[in-house]
Write a protein that binds this ligand. Structure first.
Ligand code: SF4
Length: 169
């Protein structure tokens, strides 16, 4: 049985983005699916924010940013934290061995701009869900699609998974 790996649902081709679209990475999905079982997840849709939904961004202290909608200024920090805690428990129970996350997303990105009160970007931080996962599961291999377009980095990511899921041809 192939080991399970979580993947941002929009990279898997599901229409979960704020605008109702996806960001299918077909070559990457195809390459990964030879070695692992992909488990799509979408923090923003699964925590009940709906599709489509208002765009959001990280704001405030880069060490402890808040997740806030851009126009109506809804603070989604608490609901996302509560959902992420439950989802991480489920991921651990499912034996998830790694995560492939959407780059630059305020929820999934590994490194995302953090905004001050105005338009200025003050620093960067992991996306909200990505940051919580890194904190709770610090040894879990995590990569984004931009990194994994590089075949050497993809091979390295697969080699870091428990059981060393070598890419098959
Ligand atoms: S980047 Fe993450 S939160 Fe945004 S649509 Fe994709 S899976 Fe959902």
């Amino acid at each position: 049985m192939k080991i399970p790996i979580g993947i941002s649902a929009c990279l898997f081709g599901q229409n979960t983005r704020y605008d109702g679209g996806h960001r299918l990475e077909s070559l990457l999905v195809e390459a990964l699916a030879r070695s692992v079982t992909l488990v799509p997840l979408c923090p923003e849709a699964e925590c009940g924010l709906g599709i489509p939904r208002e765009p959001m961004r990280l704001e405030g202290d880069p060490e402890n940013p808040r997740l806030v909608t851009v126009t109506t200024r809804r603070d989604l920090t608490a609901p996302m934290q509560a959902w992420a805690a439950r989802r991480m428990n489920a991921l651990v129970a499912e034996g998830i061995a790694g995560l492939v996350l959407k780059a630059r997303s305020p929820s999934c990105g590994k490194r995302v701009a953090v905004h001050g009160k105005g338009e200025g970007k003050t620093a960067s931080s992991p996306g909200f869900f990505a940051g919580l996962v890194m904190e709770r599961l610090p040894t879990l291999p995590i990569a984004d699609e931009e990194e994994l377009r590089d075949p050497a980095r993809l091979a390295d990511f697969l080699a870091r998974l428990p059981g060393r899921a070598a890419p098959s041809r």
